[in-house]
Design a protein around this ligand. Structure first.
Ligand code: UGA
Length: 436
């Protein structure tokens, strides 16, 4: 069976590599020649645990190919998986232009019957449109069907999440498409939930938005904990034993970021509005998250006369640990505010620096200055204030004494609840976290 994959971002690349790992002949297509060159050498364009090893193994086995030549990849494929991005538009809707481009390329190049599988997160009803669009532009007389197969991997654990997924969702409109997709996933040995296409599309949003809601709910409760003298970590621990609630995604903090939750909450809100419905729960989740991202900055602003001329240590830039991705990272909102307020920021992140430099180049700005350090210590040395934005293990390992001894003023604002308030206090650190 020949599989082609369109797009080599998190969704496409990981899917392609894992299909190859399961023995399929896979060709991954991307428009960027440079990126394709690197992937041919087994170098992943994204930082993802275990991915490069699998790329190299399957490249060497001859089952995994990378190309910019989509015609060659699509023309005789049995199944084409679409994993291109669906970024957020200014109005909150999902941008489907990449999906449209790939659909048209597929229509114009396939020479045999083929199943097109949409893995990208797309608004409910998009698969119907993709199928119609491809049929409208078909060049050869072939049978084509579209199936929905949403992806549930999280960045940082993408390979594990794919090979050991909790379930595979497939959304199809015919027995043939259902049978083929089931066959493709057979070697994974995972539970398969087979539904109609629109339900599959909705499952993806419903899952992401539910998890986002869970986080915003915990952040809301955390903010209330601060007012009433309760401790959110204890509250979460107490909640976690209830199996109906579950132990995961109960961490209050600086708000969710990344390429999925922010986009998918807004997209569902938009979809509902388009249908004349107000999705109040998700709208509240978006509002809570927006405020949460800069809550610590606001607190610090109340405490300080000015940030101007102060050395501000920033520990962690990525939207979570285990990734080099900065998309929608709370650090971005905070850096903008800090720099505008005249701070001299010294930021450290073990993986995110390169991407951060594209957003915040090093050097002097109108107000403050942006600086990057290659160690936590250098960021902390002589700092007047420290913000923690990402829960990298090495940042978590910093001892209270480390803050106390290195900083000019040991004043720490922790957006990830990494340290013990008691130990920080005992060491003489003025410490603020979330909901405690
Ligand atoms: C998320 C989902 O977890 C995946 O199942 C889904 O496939 C993916 O989106 C997607 O749609 O592609 P991801 O964005 O990689 O994955 O990362 P998560 O681990 O879910 O974290 C998202 C954000 O929530 C991060 O900013 C994280 O710090 C935050 N978070 C997570 C919390 O603030 N508290 C928690 O308890 C958990």
């Amino acid at each position: 069976m020949k599989i082609a994959v369109a797009g080599t971002g998190y969704v496409g690349l990981v899917a392609g590599v894992c299909f190859a790992e399961k023995g399929y002949d896979v060709t991954c297509v991307d428009v960027e020649e440079k990126k394709v060159e690197l992937m041919r050498k087994g170098i992943s364009p994204i930082y993802e645990d275990g991915l490069e090893a699998l790329m190299q193994k399957n490249n060497a086995a001859g089952t995994l190919h990378f190309t910019t030549d989509y015609t060659k990849a699509y023309k005789d494929a049995d199944a084409i998986f679409i994993g291109v991005g669906t970024p957020e538009m200014p109005d909150g809707s999902a941008n489907l232009s990449y999906i449209a481009t790939v659909s048209r390329q597929i229509a114009e190049t396939i020479e045999k019957d083929c199943l097109v599988v949409v893995k990208s997160t797309v608004p409910v009803g998009t698969n119907d449109k993709v199928e119609q669009f491809i049929k409208d532009f078909l060049v050869h007389d072939v049978k084509v069907e579209v199936a929905s197969n949403p992806e549930f991997l999280a960045q940082g654990t993408a390979v594990r999440d794919t090979l050991h997924a909790a379930r595979i969702i497939i959304g199809t409109e015919s027995k043939e498409a259902e049978a083929l997709l089931k066959k493709i996933y057979e070697p994974f040995g995972l539970p398969i939930v087979s539904v109609k296409r629109r339900s599959a599309e909705m499952i993806k949003y419903a899952c992401n938005d539910f998890l986002a809601l869970k986080i915003s709910y915990m952040n809301d409760i955390a903010n209330l904990c601060e007012l009433v003298g309760a401790d959110i970590t204890d509250v979460a621990r107490g909640m976690s034993y209830d199996e109906r609630i579950g132990a995961r995604f109960l961490n209050a903090g600086i708000g969710f970021g990344g390429s999925c939750f922010p986009k998918d909450t807004k997209a569902l809100k938009f979809l509902a509005r388009e249908h004349g419905y107000q999705l109040k729960t998700v709208e509240a989740c978006v509002d809570v998250n927006l405020k949460q991202k800069t809550r610590l900055f606001e607190k610090a602003k109340d405490r300080m006369i000015t940030f101007s001329g102060l050395k501000v240590a920033v520990l962690g830039l990525t939207f979570k640990a285990g990734t080099d991705d900065l998309r929608e990272a709370p650090s971005i909102d905070n850096l903008k505010l800090l720099l505008a307020a005249g701070a001299d920021v010294y930021a450290y992140d073990p993986e995110g620096e390169e991407r951060a430099r594209q957003l915040f180049p090093e050097g002097g700005l109108e107000a403050g200055t942006m600086n990057y350090t290659d160690s936590i210590e250098k960021a902390l040395d002589g700092a007047n204030i420290c913000f923690v934005f990402t829960e990298w293990p090495e940042i978590k390992e910093v001892k209270p004494e480390g803050f106390k001894e290195r900083m000019h003023t040991p004043l720490v604002y922790d957006g990830r609840n990494l340290y013990s308030p008691e130990k920080m206090k005992a060491a003489g650190v003025e410490y603020y976290s979330i909901g405690r």
